[in-house]
Design a binder for this molecule. Structure first.
Ligand code: GLA
Length: 418
């Protein structure tokens, strides 16, 4: 394990930062000013490095989540064409984006992504049709246009609300799925339906507005409608996070088993895979893959990123402050993950990263402050690093390409891990 920091100015800070328990703490033992990339793993430009998608050709497709704005950035375009043969809209197809009011669809951003994929012969994952987040409120308002359905106590009105909600859901799915049926061959039909912790319902279903108003039926109706309007060869997925570990793994397994028994057309499970350097372990992942595929389901890794941090996030304040040793640890982790994926290539049809390179990741949104082990802001970075207050945002580094489109040790780990 390397114990070298990239920049001496950071050493004091890095020492003082108390990292989450789930990842090792790194100490500065030298004042080297040079990055410590191993000579056999040069940090070459990813824009010309051997293609990831080609490396896994014949095993599974390699995807990236994209925003339409990235399609007008020449570097992102080149990265997508070179390393990926599948894309998913990071946000553009979510209900709030594509169907902001009951009478308005905003197809343009999603169309751009689909058009790009078509022109470049890439697969498209559709994400997502039903979710408890990024879903506009209008879905859950009574016919009177103002009363929230969840507050209704009258049983008759509750029944009417359920019908109305399911009708809206069908309209939404029919419109979106049908529009992209020629291109989208895998749909995240229901996203995150399972509860994380204690559950008041025995199935462990998330008590979202969908569930409170329509019970489990929202899941059935969503899949049945998607099946009706999607291409015959499209596959329909239920997608969730932490579904490699308990309690979600068994809850999701039981739910799908029951629904499939009732004839609900579920084809696969998406393992989002927002993972950390040391969690969850690959044994749990293997168990999950075995359990879900024992139900005859396809597996896709739908939102892969390997955060440098545990939970709660205690982030380094700048990208350059992240110790080189953490990049090496991340490479080991990527190596393990892709070994697991390759071993299960007969069960896994796609591996999608939730972004392209480290310059754009949702993980930075949750790393916007950094804490000590007691949850307090640990130091004053304005004094230590000379940062302005507005620049105090934490940085994560979850992908195999860095912020300058160079390859990271993690890239070498997965392009050449045999
Ligand atoms: C979930 C969703 C994704 C994305 C990520 C984080 O995993 O499925 O669409 O929003 O959260 O941004």
């Amino acid at each position: 394990m390397l114990k070298v920091l990239r920049k001496p100015a950071i050493a004091g800070l890095a020492l003082a930062l108390s990292l989450p328990v789930s990842i090792p703490t790194f100490a500065a033992t030298t004042t080297d000013t040079q990055p410590t990339v191993s000579p056999n793993k040069p940090s070459i430009s990813a824009l010309t490095a051997p293609s990831l998608a080609q490396r896994y050709n014949g095993e599974f497709t390699i995807g990236a989540a994209v925003e339409p704005s990235e399609l007008s950035n020449p570097n992102d375009l080149q990265m997508l064409k070179r390393h990926f043969n599948s894309v998913v809209a990071e946000n553009a197809m979510k209900p709030a984006n594509i169907h902001p009011t009951e009478d308005t669809y905003n197809f343009e951003p999603a169309d751009q992504i689909v058009q790009f994929a078509k022109e470049n012969h890439m697969a498209v994952r559709g994400h997502n049709l039903v979710w408890y987040q990024q879903t506009p409120d209008w879905f859950f308002i009574e016919a009177d246009g103002k009363t929230p359905m969840v507050t209704e106590t009258d049983p008759e009105k509750r029944e009417e609300n359920k019908k109305l909600l399911l009708q809206r859901l069908q309209d939404h799915i029919q419109t979106v799925v049908y529009r992209y049926r020629d291109v989208v061959k895998s749909w995240d039909v229901v996203n995150e339906p399972i509860n994380d912790g204690n559950s008041t319902n025995p199935e462990g279903l998330r008590e979202s507005n969908w569930y409170k108003i329509a019970g489990e039926d929202y899941i059935k109706v969503a899949f049945e409608t998607a099946r009706k309007y999607a291409a015959p060869d499209a596959k329909l997925y239920i997608n969730d996070y932490n579904n490699e570990v308990e309690p979600k793994r068994t809850r999701l397994y039981n739910l799908i088993k029951k629904l499939k028994g009732e004839g609900v057309p579920i084809d696969g499970v998406g393992l989002q895979s927002h993972v950390q350097l040391g969690w969850p372990n690959t044994q749990d992942m293997q168990t999950a893959i075995d359990m879900y595929s024992s139900l005859g389901l396809d597996i896709q890794i739908t939102e892969l990123d390997v955060s440098m941090y545990g939970w709660p996030v205690m982030a380094y304040p700048t990208y350059d402050a992240i110790p080189q040793s953490l990049f090496e640890t991340q490479a080991d982790r990527y190596d393990q993950l892709f070994k697991l994926y390759e071993k299960n290539a007969d069960k896994i049809s796609n591996v999608t990263f939730w972004g392209i390179a480290d310059n754009h990741t949702w993980l930075n949104d949750r790393a916007d402050v950094y804490y000590d082990s007691k949850g307090n802001l640990s130091l004053d970075p304005t004094k230590i690093l000379g940062l302005t207050k507005s620049a105090i945002v934490g940085k994560d580094a979850p992908f195999v390409f860095d912020t300058n489109y160079n390859v990271k040790p993690s890239y070498w780990a997965i392009i050449d891990h045999n």
